[in-house]
Design a protein around this ligand. Structure first.
Ligand code: ASP
Length: 436
């Protein structure tokens, strides 16, 4: 029997076919509105259903997998102080890469000045056409309070945290439970740990099952986005779009590989091979939270980072670390300021680095959250309401596409940090060697 294609190849094929089908549906939309309206609507609903079921299945396994693997991982650590060290390293690297990403975004936007390339008349037309969306985003944004986020790390009710899927709280409660299991007599802890490990294996088996449907689901997710995409704004926003994409490419193709070589001694080839399924899924779903179970699986099984490190670093990263989003916010803020002829000097730009880094903590990785957080950054940069509203309206048209790309950078950054922390902890397997 012929060997089946590897998973990432199948997902890529699904993506390519989804692109083609979506484009065909986009071009045929006027014709489909006529006599074929009913069957076309049926197919559209079916495509949405398959995509949604897949994302729901991934969300279904996300909380249990973090809970079980982190409880088991923490309880099996020889020394709880190790956890403090892993945590300190992880958070420090996350904050550093996020601020680096925004700085790269700001630097590129200062250099290219994409906002000066849109004529005023076109700017006002675009702003008017996206005004309704901008209103929604402005209403949804509320400034993050870093002190509150810190206090809320500790859930008052662990069951509520699990039920509502608050990932940072789930991480904290799992670590606490894992530590507690090392404090009670061994014979009492053992059956609990065995059950937790069994449940963990069961949930992983579910992830494998879900991933088998990924090629079809990715087809549906991509086809829907492409069919809906209004690329007419792309021309007007080309300089802006290319600036964001160049920044993301610099992170994913230059900064991360360099960090991997320097600090993890992992070749980029090995790294990208291992995490490709997670990247493809990040692109198709625009959500690092939905991708989480697959990211964990790729980092642990394919890259060879030990389970306790993976189950700590990756869930934390899905909420705290959003390099791609931060970079995009840097570019978008300067783009909007340039569009409205507002000068943001060095002081203001440093303020943007700080606000965007803080804003990225405690915000879950779900589609479109980046543009909502952008409102907060724009507010902090002191942009007048008219420029804020107009600016958000203008970039909204292209946001979905950029969301897909920045989510890839977000997930890749998490995986890079897992490899670096894994190496520092002696928890990263050499290629071909048994896992530590
Ligand atoms: N969709 C992104 C993520 O899930 C967040 C964003 O930039 O909107 O990582």
């Amino acid at each position: 029997m012929a060997r089946p294609w590897p998973l990432h190849t199948r997902i890529l094929v699904g993506m390519g076919l989804g692109l083609a089908a979506g484009l065909a549906a986009h071009l045929a939309a006027p014709a489909l509105d006529g006599a074929l309206a009913v069957p076309a609507a049926f197919v559209g609903r079916l495509v949405d259903l398959v995509g949604e079921l897949f994302l729901r299945a991934l969300r279904f396994v996300a909380v249990p997998i973090v809970l079980f693997s982190l409880v088991a991982g923490t309880a099996s650590l020889d020394d709880v102080r190790q956890l403090g060290r892993i945590g300190g390293r992880t958070v420090a690297i996350y904050l550093f890469t996020t601020s680096l990403a925004i700085s790269i975004g700001l630097g590129l936007a200062d250099l290219v000045r994409p906002g000066t390339r849109v004529p005023d008349a076109l700017r006002d037309r675009l702003a008017a056409s996206g005004a309704a969306h901008a209103g929604d985003k402005l209403a949804a944004a509320s400034a993050p309070d870093a002190w509150r986020t810190l206090a809320e790390l500790l859930p008052t009710n662990p069951f509520a945290a699990l039920a509502e899927g608050r990932m940072l709280q789930v991480v904290v409660l799992s670590v606490l439970l894992g530590i507690a299991l090392t404090l009670i007599p061994r014979e009492r802890a053992r059956p609990v740990l065995e059950a937790v490990r069994g449940l963990e294996a069961a949930v992983l088996a579910l992830v494998h099952l879900v991933m088998r449907t990924a090629p079809v689901a990715v087809f549906c997710l991509v086809a829907r986005v492409v069919a809906d995409l209004g690329l007419d704004v792309l021309g007007a926003l080309l300089a802006y779009t290319l600036t964001v994409l160049a920044g993301l490419a610099a992170m994913v193709l230059v900064v991360y590989p360099a960090a991997l070589r320097l600090f993890a001694r992992v070749s980029p080839r090995r790294f990208f091979r291992a995490i490709l399924p997670a990247q493809l899924l990040a692109f198709s779903s625009s959500s690092s939270s939905a991708t989480l179970p697959v990211t964990m699986e790729c980092v642990e099984e394919r890259l060879g980072v030990r389970r306790d490190v993976t189950s700590f670093v990756i869930p934390l990263g899905a909420t705290v670390n959003m390099d791609g989003t931060a970079l995009y916010q840097g570019v978008a803020t300067l783009f909007i300021a340039q569009l409205y002829g507002i000068h943001l000097g060095l002081g203001a730009q440093l303020g943007i680095v700080l606000t965007a880094t803080l804003a990225s903590i405690g915000t879950a990785g779900v589609p479109g959250v980046g543009i909502v957080m952008l409102v907060i950054v724009l507010q902090a940069a002191g942009l007048p309401p008219e420029a804020m509203k107009g600016g958000i309206a203008i970039i909204f048209g292209i946001d979905r596409l950029l969301d897909m790309c920045r989510t890839v950078a977000n997930v890749t950054g998490d995986c890079m940090v897992a490899a670096v922390v894994g190496r520092a902890e002696g928890a990263l397997a050499e290629p071909g060697a048994p896992r530590p």
